[in-house]
Structures are given as structure tokens and as C-alpha cells.
Design a protein around this ligand. Structure first.
Ligand code: ATP
Ligand code: MG
Length: 569
């Protein structure tokens, strides 16, 4: 490929409507162009990367024993009505009518279509298990399409669906897909974690999200520094260190102190000159007609999802000011557990190990010091109610937890019989009885993976692609293409690299070296070969890796070998 002939419309300025770096760089590198909100055209460089990600995904899915199919984008409403998702899915489902006034939707995911096909074709346990996948365009009318390919409305997904006769078989396939996803993201050259996730609206009992680690990620994740435990912060288990009882301080006499106008943890601890782990926060929550108090250590954050699960309620929210005043008889900011007789008190495990701590006094401008439980108040139960923090003990091993941000690029689910039940997908077992098929589903966002790679690999000059998904592997910059010798040498290198099966872009434009280097850095091609008159006099060219500032001098005759060596390393 020659730069002069290829459509690579690089931009000097950052487009104003792009917020995250991957979106900015994909626009600037001429990889994508917006057609409408969340809808893009992939230009040649963009499409090359997309195809590379697809190839890795396809190879690994095939290797795992899955079979490729291709389902339609336009799906009849009846299938979605059968699964009951027509009403449930809401506005993300783009609904359309044909000329006969029949309703359809643009498929945002394909459980219904695949289950319908499989129930028609698979009758016997002998045909199971089966895993079918496609790489196809999805449409979700996202409320806020943004960040380019990261959250589009039209986007490419690999979605796979497996069908099983037994739970064991479904679980074995789940493990198979887990390993396959690890191989996919490793082969893409990405740093990632497989994180235990909530099963959400799809339901089921097993779910992992594959997160590419990047500061700009939307999800906060906790992972162990020594084993492979990783979970969304909302879900990560905070293991409380158990102190032997003798480590607790002797209980002191409770003391009432004036704390005029001091409400927040920061204000109270600064005023009383104590550290925040000597204070217990009392938070009043409301759930339907139930009011509860949740206690967490001053330096910890309450995790409302954990509290909600502990209480086994659907919704929970911090109580409004009026409710707080009614139950504590004090303005908010002074709530405390002592004498709070009318509400159930739940406390985080960390509070269990505290002694002589500070709490609100249920009275304006008053706090209590040297409070102890169960002496001064009783707790209904201690639970894990807080968000994990850096340095917490791993719940699985002796390691410590780290916090990262991540971008969800893949998701695996064990679905169970949710769809087979709703859509009556059954098979005959050995005894000739009808059984529901057990299902799993497994998705990879192809475009989001490419975008996540940029979030993980970039600098002030542009994209730094991992070699396996770079649009091209090598760029040759011919420094002064008008010099016949330079032109000849650049052509020779170009032809021999291409002949060796390497994907090369020859920058044959009549541009200044600086402008060519800028473009090469922006589009992020992993290897650059500079061919210039000065080097050629000695029979040399320069070789530079995009990811490092060093330039090495290589004999023109050895450049192919050298490139092959670097690409393989
Ligand atoms: P999110 O929580 O980010 O909306 P999701 O849970 O809706 O994701 P799934 O339904 O599990 O996503 O879809 C599988 C994969 O498809 C995701 O892991 C992600 O990589 C990709 N994906 C989902 N929504 C989008 C989107 N709007 N744009 C690009 N990729 C997407
Ligand atoms: Mg979504």
C-alpha cells in the first residue's frame, strides 16, 4: 500500500466533539468518520484493525469448537414478544415497520433468533452440546452514544450461544469460553482482567466481564496482586481482618462532646484531632416503608448494592432530611447508633473490630466519644457493607487488592433455561423425555476492543498499536522521494517486505520528513523504516519502534530479516 494512493485523511486538530482519547485519535488518524450520532463509517485503516480483531476472535472461537453462522440484523417482533423482551428491553430496541405494517426490530443481541433456529433443528441429546457464533452488526439505540466506537449505536459484536443437555456440559463450555476469551485478549496484545460480574437483566448464575485496563475506563475494578481474583468494585468482597480479642483497647467511659457545626467526617475528625478510622459513620436508609441505619468506618464508603442485597430489597436510597430528623431527632450530620431504638442497625465488619470510637450524638452539634458495641448500642448484624479499598486483603488468598479502571470488552454468561423456557426449546434425552436446553451466551465488542487498545496504548503523538491488531505492521518513510536513489531503495524494501508477507505502508508522498513522521506516529504503526540519502551512502536505513524513542541503524541488506525478527519477538 502506498500512502499517496490510500485514503488516510489524518487531521492536525482534535475534533471538538470527541471526549476520550481513542475517539479523538481514531478521527485524527483517519480511521473512522461519523455518519450520525453513534453511527460510523470505517475507513481503510480503521477497517483493517477491525478485521484483525475479528480474525483473532474467529480463529479462537473455531479452535474452541464453535461454529460460525450469520443471523439477520432485522428481526421480527414475534420472536421478541415470545421471550417477553419486546416490552422489557425499552428504548434501546429500535423498532421498525415494514410496508405491510408488520413490526420488526434491529437486533441488539440474538438470543431469540438463535433459540428459534436451534429449537427447529436440534431435537436429540445426540446433537448437543453445540456452540454457534456470528460476527455481526448490532444496533442499540443507546441513550448517550459517545466515545466513538466505544459506545456506538451501530457496532460490531461477536456473539456466541451454546446449548446443552446438562448443567455440567454448560459449565464446561463456560470454562472453555473463559479460556478462549483469555486467549483472544492476550493475542490482541492487551492488558486485561476477567472480572466476576452481576448477571443483570439477562439473568443466570455465572457471569464474567473481560476488562481492558485503562485509566479512562467506565468501570472500577478490584483485583488481587497475587491470584486471579478480580471483581467489579460494587461486587468485590471486603475481607475484614479478624483481630484477636486481646488486641482491642480497654473500653473507656463514654463522653459527650460539643462539635458546633461539624458534620462531615473531615470536619469532625479535624475538630477532635482523631483519624477517620476512629469514627463510625451512621447512614440512614429508606426502602419502601422500612428505615435502617448502616454503620461504616469513617474512612470507608458504604456500598449500597451490598446493603440492598443484605436487606433483600429491590430499591434502597439514603433517607431524606425530614426522615433523618424524625428518626434521630437531630439535623442530618449528627446521626448516631446510641439510643437509636426505633431502627434496625446494620454494621460493616470493620466496625466489629473497633473500640472507643466516635459517633454522632443524635443531637444538634453533639458527638459521642469512646463508644463501644455491644456496650452502648446493639447491632442487628455485621455484614460486608463497604467498598473495597487499595490494600484490602484478597478474599481468596493472602494477596492485597489493587484498584484499576477498566473497559468492558467481553462478557460471558451462563444463561440457564431463561430463553429455552420462554421459547420452548427442548430436546429428547436418552429416555425419550423432553427437556429444556441449558444455554450460555458469550459476547465480544469488536470495535470497542480496538478503541480500548488505543485507550491503553497512546502518547502525545498518537496511537501506539499492539502489533497483532495494528492496521499495518511496518511503515517505510522515503525521506525525499524525488531523490532517485532513495526512491529505488524504498521501493526495494517495500517489495521485499511485502514478499515476506509483511503488511507495509510505503510513505511515498513528497512531504517534509517531519510531517511524515508525525503522520506515522499518529496512525501508530509499530515499526518505521526511514530511508534517506545520507544513510544509503553507507548502505544503511533506520529502524524505529513506535513504542520507544530509540532508532537503530540496520544494513539495507538485512532489513527484512531484522523486521521479521522484531515482529516475531
Ligand atoms: P455496557 O454495559 O457497556 O452497555 P452491555 O452489558 O450492554 O455493555 P453486552 O450486552 O454484554 O454489553 O454486549 C457484549 C459486548 O458488546 C460488550 O462486552 C461490549 O464489548 C460490546 N458492546 C455493548 N454495547 C456496545 C456499544 N453500545 N458500543 C460498542 N460496543 C458495545
Ligand atoms: Mg449496554
Amino acid at each position: 500500500m502506498r500512502f499517496s494512493q490510500m485514503l488516510i485523511p489524518t487531521l492536525k486538530e482534535t475534533p471538538s466533539d470527541a471526549e476520550v482519547i481513542s475517539h479523538k485519535l481514531m478521527l485524527r488518524a483517519g480511521m473512522i468518520r461519523k455518519v450520525a450520532a453513534g453511527i460510523y463509517t470505517y475507513l481503510p485503516l480503521g477497517l483493517r484493525t477491525i478485521k484483525k480483531v475479528e480474525k483473532i476472535v474467529r480463529d479462537e472461537m473455531n479452535r474452541a469448537g464453535a461454529q460460525e453462522v450469520l443471523m439477520p440484523v432485522v428481526v421480527p417482533a414475534e420472536l421478541w414478544q415470545e421471550s417477553k423482551r419486546w416490552d422489557f428491553y425499552g428504548k434501546e430496541l429500535l423498532r421498525i415497520k415494514d410496508r405491510h405494517d408488520r413490526e420488526f426490530c434491529l437486533g441488539p443481541t440474538h438470543e431469540e433468533v438463535i433459540t428459534d433456529m436451534v429449537r427447529g433443528e436440534v431435537r436429540s441429546y445426540r446433537q448437543l452440546p453445540i456452540n454457534l457464533y456470528q460476527i455481526q452488526t448490532k444496533f442499540r439505540d443507546e441513550i448517550r452514544p459517545r466515545f466513538g466506537l466505544m459506545r456506538g449505536r451501530e457496532f460490531i459484536m461477536k456473539d456466541a450461544y451454546s446449548f446443552h443437555a446438562t448443567e455440567e456440559s454448560a459449565e464446561a463450555e463456560y470454562k472453555n469460553m473463559y479460556d478462549t476469551y483469555c486467549r483472544i485478549f492476550e493475542r490482541c496484545g492487551l492488558k486485561f482482567r476477567a472480572v466476576e460480574a452481576d448477571t443483570g437483566s439477562i439473568g443466570g448464575s455465572f457471569s464474567h466481564e473481560f476488562m481492558v485496563l485503562a485509566e479512562s475506563g467506565e468501570d472500577a475494578i478490584a483485583s488481587c496482586d497475587s491470584c486471579n481474583y478480580a471483581a467489579n468494585v460494587e461486587k468485590a468482597i471486603a475481607r475484614s481482618k479478624r483481630y484477636p480479642p486481646e488486641e482491642r483497647e480497654a473500653e473507656k467511659v463514654i463522653q459527650r462532646v460539643e462539635t458546633p457545626g461539624k458534620k462531615s467526617v473531615e470536619e469532625v475528625t479535624a475538630f477532635l484531632k482523631i483519624s477517620s478510622d476512629k469514627l463510625v459513620k451512621t447512614l440512614i436508609f429508606k426502602s419502601d416503608d422500612r428505615i435502617v441505619a448502616a454503620l461504616v468506618r469513617g474512612d470507608h464508603e458504604i456500598n449500597e448494592i451490598k446493603l440492598k442485597n443484605v436487606l433483600n430489597v429491590k430499591e434502597i436510597a439514603l433517607a431524606d432530611q425530614a426522615t433523618v430528623e424524625r428518626v434521630t431527632k437531630a439535623p442530618s450530620g449528627f446521626a448516631g447508633p446510641v439510643g437509636l431504638s426505633r431502627v434496625e442497625i446494620y454494621a460493616d465488619h470493620a466496625v466489629e473490630h473497633m473500640s472507643n470510637f466516635v459517633v454522632g450524638g443524635n443531637e444538634k452539634d453533639i458527638h459521642l466519644m469512646n463508644v463501644n458495641t455491644p456496650r452502648d448500642f446493639s447491632v442487628k448484624a455485621f455484614y460486608d457493607l463497604r467498598n473495597v479499598v487499595v490494600g484490602d486483603h484478597c478474599p481468596r488468598c493472602d494477596g492485597k487488592l489493587e484498584l484499576h479502571r477498566g473497559i468492558e470488552v467481553g462478557h460471558i454468561f451462563k444463561l440457564g433455561t431463561k430463553y429455552s423456557e420462554a421459547m420452548k426449546a427442548t430436546f429428547l434425552d436418552e429416555k425419550g423425555t423432553d427437556n429444556l436446553m441449558i444455554m450460555g451466551c458469550y459476547g465480544v465488542g469488536i470495535g470497542r476492543t480496538a478503541a480500548a487498545a488505543i485507550e491503553q496504548g497512546n502518547d502525545e503523538n498518537g496511537i501506539i498499536w499492539p502489533i497483532p491488531i495494528a492496521p499495518l505492521q511496518v511503515i517505510i518513510t522515503a525521506l525525499n522521494i524525488k531523490d532517485e536513489q532513495v526512491k529505488q531503495a524504498a521501493e526495494t524494501v517495500y517489495k521485499s517486505l511485502s514478499a515476506a508477507g509483511i503488511e507495509v505502508l510505503l510513505d511515498d508522498r513528497d512531504e517534509r520528513a517531519g510531517a511524515m513522521f508525525k503522520d506515522a506516529d499518529l496512525i501508530g504503526i509499530p515499526l518505521r523504516i526511514n530511508v534517506g540519502a545520507k544513510g544509503l551512502k553507507e548502505g544503511n536505513v533506520e529502524l524505529k519502534l513506535r513504542k520507544s524513542p530509540d532508532v537503530s541503524i540496520v544494513k539495507l541488506d538485512h532489513i527484512v530479516e531484522k523486521v521479521v525478527e522484531v515482529l516475531a519477538s
